[in-house]
Design a protein around this ligand. Structure first.
Ligand code: BGC
Length: 269
C-alpha cells in the first residue's frame, strides 16, 4: 500500500532532539524524505543519530545544519533542499527553546534568543517554504495541497506561564502568525496549522519528569494522567501533513492529554 506521505520532501527544524526527532521518525515511517535540521556543529552527531534511526527503519533523509534565526542560513537550507530533492512539500516549523527567568531578572539576550528562534525562525522558514509552494503549485500525484506547514506551538499559546514570559510570548505570536498566513494563502491551496503539545517527555522539560515527585506534580496538570511522548506529536503531524486533513487549515490542534481543560476546576470552583 502507498504510504500517506510517499516521496514527499519534509523539512523538520530542530530535529536533532525531542519533538523534532520524534516527528522526523513518524514522517519518515509515513514515506517522507526528511531533512533533519539541526542548529550548530555541536548538534551534528545527534542529528546523524536521528537519521541513522530513520534509515535503519527503511526511511530516507539527510541532515542539514542551519540556525533558523539567521535569514541567510534559512534561505540556503531551502535552496539546497530544492536543488537536491526538486522541491519541498512539508515544513515542520519545530525548532524552539526556553530561556526561563523571573520577568524582572530576564535579560534582553534571553528575550531575544527565545523570540529569535521560536518566532522569527518560524517566520523565516515559513516564508521560504511558501515561496517554494507558490513556485511549484499543486502536483496532484503528490498531494491535493500545494504545500503544508505545521507550526509547533504549545499549550502556552493560551496558558499564561509565569517565569517564562519570553516563551509564552513566542507561542502566542506563533498562533496569530500561523492563522494570518493560513488565511492569506488558503486560496493558493497551502494549508498551515499548528500543533500545541502539552508536556511531552523530552530534554526541554526534564526537570518536570525526572524525579517521581516532579512527575507526580506534573500529572496534577494532565487529566489523561500520563506524560506525552514524541510519537503522540508525530502521529498528529503525519495526519496534518497528509491529504486526510485536506479540509483543515488555520487550526491549533492541542495534543496535551487535556492540559488545557483547566484541571484545577475538576473538584472545585
Ligand atoms: C514547554 C515544556 C512544558 C510544556 C507544558 C511546553 O511548551 O516547552 O517545558 O512542560 O509546555 O507546560
Amino acid at each position: 500500500m502507498e504510504k500517506k506521505l510517499q516521496g514527499q520532501v519534509a523539512v523538520v527544524t530542530g530535529a536533532s532532539s525531542g519533538i523534532g526527532a520524534g516527528v522526523s521518525r513518524s514522517l519518515a515511517a509515513a514515506g517522507a524524505i526528511v531533512i533533519v535540521n539541526h542548529p550548530v556543529a555541536a548538534t551534528r552527531d545527534a542529528a546523524e543519530a536521528v537519521l541513522a534511526e530513520i534509515t535503519a527503519a527503511g526511511g530516507q533523509g539527510i541532515t542539514c545544519q542551519c540556525d533558523v534565526s539567521k535569514e541567510n542560513e534559512v534561505v540556503q537550507m531551502f535552496a539546497d533542499t530544492v536543488r537536491q530533492f526538486g522541491t519541498v512539500d512539508i515544513l515542520i516549523n519545530n525548532a524552539g527553546l526556553q530561556r526561563d527567568a523571573p520577568f524582572t531578572d530576564m535579560t534582553l539576550e534571553q528575550w531575544n534568543t527565545v523570540l529569535g528562534v521560536n518566532l522569527t525562525g518560524q517566520f523565516l522558514c515559513a516564508r521560504e517554504a511558501i515561496r517554494e509552494f507558490l513556485r511549484r503549485g499543486i502536483v496532484p500525484e503528490r498531494s491535493k495541497a500545494a504545500g503544508k506547514i505545521i507550526c509547533m506551538s504549545s499549550v502556552h499559546e493560551v496558558i499564561p506561564w509565569g517565569g517564562h514570559a519570553n516563551y509564552a510570548a513566542s507561542k502566542g505570536g506563533i498562533m496569530l502568525m500561523m492563522k494570518s498566513i493560513a488565511q492569506e494563502y488558503a486560496g493558493k491551496k497551502i494549508r498551515i496549522n499548528s500543533i500545541c503539545p502539552g508536556a511531552i517527555q523530552t530534554p526541554i522539560n526534564k526537570q518536570a519528569w525526572d524525579t517521581p515527585e516532579a512527575l507526580e506534580s506534573l500529572l496534577t496538570l494532565i487529566p489523561y494522567q500520563r506524560i506525552g511522548q514524541p510519537e503522540d506529536i508525530g502521529n498528529a503531524a503525519v495526519w496534518l501533513a497528509s491529504d486526510e486533513s485536506d479540509y483543515v487549515t488555520g487550526i491549533s490542534l492541542f495534543v496535551d492529554g487535556g492540559m488545557t481543560l483547566y484541571p484545577g476546576f475538576s473538584t472545585n470552583g
